[in-house]
Design a protein around this ligand. Structure first.
Ligand SMILES: Nc1ncnc2c1ncn2[C@@H]1O[C@H](COP(=O)(O)OP(=O)(O)OP(=O)(O)O)[C@@H](O)[C@H]1O
Length: 227
């Protein structure tokens, strides 16, 4: 589904940390009903960009247009309570959001964590943490999902399930902005791609127009080479 309606618009974003320019005129439009991948080398500024979109960075220049009340997010590694189990982690959020307990069961089922019972998050594997972070982002059925490296640590079954979940979500009119280093998975999942390099969007648009099948990695390496 795509009606070219923007769900997120970043215009001319800039931010520096301790004199180091991280974003420098970064612009990107994420369209409704699309899975949009934000890619870039380590330290390129992807998480920073996510934080700006969420309104968590007051030092940034430029503008962001997004309906923040419609966003579910997992940014900068899962923010989870290690001494609580999965259900109680989610309950912290449902209480804050005024959601019913049934919503906890729904998202646990969606991410495949229904059977974790009393197990505390501190003894979760990386993939289980990623699943729980995704569950937090899904609470309340947001119309926009912002997911920072959600595939981290997922097993093949989890990766396939995430792919299907994101596609179903976008097909139903939801919007997904996802950051990832796993270009093979991006090639299978994304409709659009933005390559963040040197603080700017070196490319932003349809994935098909960016790279033919099988050439995403080489195109990415070409575009982000340090010259
Ligand atoms: N709060 C901060 N204070 C100082 N420097 C910061 C802060 N946040 C980010 N940076 C710096 O900004 C740059 C971009 O960081 P960011 O985490 O956005 O990159 P990224 O593209 O998400 O990287 P990765 O792919 O490695 O996760 C890095 O050099 C980082 O050290």
């Amino acid at each position: 589904m795509n009606n070219h309606e923007p769900a997120i618009e970043c215009h001319d974003l800039s931010i520096s940390y301790r004199g180091q320019r991280v974003l420098d005129g970064f612009s990107m439009t994420v369209e409704r009903g699309r899975i949009h991948a934000l890619v870039g080398r380590n330290g390129a500024g992807k998480s920073t960009c996510f934080r700006i979109i969420l309104g968590l960075e007051d030092r940034a220049g430029g503008t962001v247009e997004v309906d923040r009340a419609s966003v579910g997010a997992s940014v900068n590694g899962p923010a989870l309570y290690p001494h609580l189990n999965a259900r109680d982690n989610l309950r912290v959020h449902t209480l804050l959001l005024g959601l019913d307990d049934a919503e906890i069961d729904r998202v646990l089922g969606v991410v495949g964590l229904t059977g974790t019972g009393r197990k505390k998050v501190r003894s979760f594997s990386t993939g289980m943490r990623s699943r729980l972070a995704l569950a937090v982002a899904l609470l309340g059925g947001p119309r926009i999902l912002l997911l920072d490296e959600p595939q981290n640590g997922l097993d093949p079954e989890g990766t396939v399930a995430l792919r299907g979940l994101l596609r179903g979500y976008a097909d139903a009119g939801g919007t997904v902005l996802i950051s990832s280093h796993q270009l093979g998975e991006i090639a299978r999942t994304a409709d659009d791609i933005t390559v963040l390099h040197d603080g700017r969007a070196a490319y932003s648009g349809s994935l098909d127009a960016f790279a033919p099948a099988g050439e995403l990695e080489s195109r990415f390496l070409d575009l982000t080479a340090i010259r």
